[in-house]
Design a binder for this molecule. Structure first.
Ligand SMILES: Cc1cc2nc3c(=O)[nH]c(=O)nc-3n(C[C@H](O)[C@H](O)[C@H](O)COP(=O)(O)O)c2cc1C
Length: 173
């Protein structure tokens, strides 16, 4: 699939069929994730692949009841090993770069999953310590994004965007 087709066609999916994901597809999707750029190529990302229903339920609770997380056959929890970037870039690495890096990996994952016929949703509204506890994240590893992934049970309409011309500034703001 053409990259522009994936960018334009992807939608947030919040309903999934029970059909599982093949290991080969999951690997391809995660490979797309780690192909993202990262500050100093520190690659702070860690991916926790959750298939266990009990752990998924804990993630739903952490995410204030967003039950569609548990409907997906797999939830990828993208974490940042903060010290990997902070040891090189200090405060800016800790508070900015490692977060941008995981976001870049997440977007690659969304697009690759869409290109392979899967639906995903970026889930960011969750209690970080509850999520960390659910996946037993070690100290210094922050769960930042949850991505449920599976065959879509819905086909949402495109969401609106503010026209580009209203967001572009020539030369200065
Ligand atoms: C940082 C971030 C956090 C988000 N958190 C949630 C979330 O917790 N739950 C949810 O259903 N959608 C969440 N979304 C998805 C947005 O609601 C969605 O991307 C937006 O409405 C545009 O729709 P689209 O993805 O279909 O283009 C989040 C997206 C981003 C980028």
């Amino acid at each position: 699939m053409d990259v522009f087709e994936a960018i334009k066609g992807r939608r947030s999916i919040r309903g999934f069929k029970p059909e599982s994901i093949s290991d080969a597809d999951l690997e391809k999707i995660l490979e797309a994730g780690i192909s993202a750029p990262s500050a100093g190529n520190c690659q702070p990302w860690e991916f926790v692949i959750v298939r266990d229903q009990k752990i998924k339920q804990k993630l739903v609770q952490a995410a204030r009841g967003q039950s569609f997380l548990a409907e997906a056959p797999v939830v990828i929890v993208i974490c940042a090993d903060v010290n990997r970037t902070a040891s090189r870039y200090g405060e800016r690495g800790r508070t900015l770069y490692c977060i941008q890096d995981t976001a870049a990996a997440a977007q690659n994952i969304h697009l690759a999953a869409y290109a392979l016929g899967y639906g995903t949703c970026w889930v960011g509204a969750f209690d970080e310590s509850a999520a960390a506890e659910a996946i037993k994240a070690p100290a210094g590893v922050r769960p930042l994004i949850m991505i449920p992934i599976g065959k879509p049970r819905e086909k949402p309409k495109p969401t609106p965007r503010t026209p580009l011309r209203e967001r572009i500034h020539q030369e200065t703001f």
